[in-house]
Write a protein that binds this ligand. Structure first.
Ligand code: GLP
Length: 243
C-alpha cells in the first residue's frame, strides 16, 4: 500500500481556518466523549487552535471538566512558572481559561532530578488513561515532531533528548538569547505519538515548505521524524501558507 494515501490532507484558506478546522475535530470528539484524553502541542502554530477552544468553552459549547490532557514535550531545567516553559504556554493559552481540573493536566516534568523515571512514568500514565484520543502536532523545520529530532528511533517512548542547533535557533525568540535556550528536552517519543488513536498535524507558513515537501514525498525515514506518521492509520494534515 502506498503510505502517502494514509494521510488525509486538508488545505485551509488561511491560518484562522486551519485553527478552526483543527478545533472542530477536538470539539466533536469532546462532545461525543466528555472523558476525552487530549494530546496537546505548543509553538506558534497552535495558538489560534487554543483560541478557538477557549471561545467554544466560553460560549458553553464544550466542557473539559471530565477530560484530561497530555502535552508532547517540555524543556529540561526550567520550571512551570518560567515564562518560556511549555507548561506556562499551556496555562496562558488554554488551562487558565477552561474548566479542566489541574490534576488532569499533564506536561512532562523538565525540572525533576530523575528525568528518566519521569519519562517512563509519563507513558504509563497515558496508558492507564486509556491512550490519547486525538494528538495535536506541529512540525519543526527539520521535520521534528514533539522534540524528536532527526535520527530518533521510531521505537522510542517518552525520553530525554538533546536539541539540535536548528531547533534551538528556531525557539530562541521565546528566550532572551540563544544561550538561554535549554540544550535538552523531555518529549513523548515517536512510539508514544503513534499510539494515539488519531493525529492532527498543523503546518503553517512558508518556513515549513521543505518539511511539507518531504512529508508529501511519502518516504519513511528516521532522518525525517514526521515521516513515521505514514505508518499511522488516522492522520489529518491541515495546512496553510505552504503548497
Ligand atoms: C517546537 C516544539 C514542537 C513544535 C515546533 C514547531 O520545537 N517542540 O512541538 O511543533 O517547535 O513550532 P512552531 O509552531 O512555533 O513553528
Amino acid at each position: 500500500m502506498n503510505a502517502v494515501v494514509n494521510l488525509k490532507w486538508i488545505e485551509a484558506a488561511n491560518y484562522e481556518e486551519m485553527s478552526k478546522l483543527a478545533a472542530d475535530m477536538f470539539k466533536a470528539e469532546l462532545k461525543h466523549n466528555p472523558k476525552m484524553v487530549l494530546g496537546l502541542a505548543t509553538g506558534g502554530t497552535p495558538e489560534g487552535f487554543y483560541k478557538e477552544l477557549v471561545e467554544a468553552y466560553q460560549a458553553g459549547e464544550i466542557s473539559f471538566e471530565q477530560a484530561q490532557s497530555y502535552n508532547l514535550d517540555e524543556y529540561v531545567g526550567i520550571n512551570p512558572t518560567n515564562e518560556a516553559s511549555y507548561h506556562y504556554y499551556m496555562d496562558q493559552n488554554l488551562f487558565n481559561h477552561v474548566d479542566m481540573k489541574r490534576e488532569n493536566i499533564h506536561v512532562p516534568k523538565g525540572d525533576t532530578a530523575d528525568l528518566q523515571a519521569a519519562a517512563a512514568h509519563y507513558d504509563e500514565m497515558i496508558e492507564a488513561a486509556g491512550g490519547v484520543d486525538i494528538q495535536l502536532l506541529g512540525i519543526g523545520i527539520n521535520g521534528h515532531i514533539g522534540f524528536n529530532e532527526p535520527g530518533t528511533p521510531f521505537t522510542l517512548g517518552t525520553n530525554v533528548v538533546e536539541l539540535t542547533e536548528s531547533t534551538r535557533d528556531a525557539n530562541k525568540i521565546y528566550f532572551n538569547s540563544i544561550d538561554e535556550v535549554p540544550t535538552y528536552a523531555i518529549t513523548m517519543g515517536i512510539q508514544t505519538i503513534m499510539n494515539a488513536k488519531k493525529v492532527v498535524l498543523l503546518i503553517s507558513g512558508a518556513s515549513k515548505q521543505e518539511a511539507m515537501d518531504r512529508l508529501r514525498s511519502g518516504e519513511v525515514t528516521e532522518d525525517f521524524p514526521a515521516s513515521a506518521l505514514h505508518n499511522h492509520k488516522d492522520v489529518t494534515v491541515i495546512y496553510t501558507g505552504v503548497k
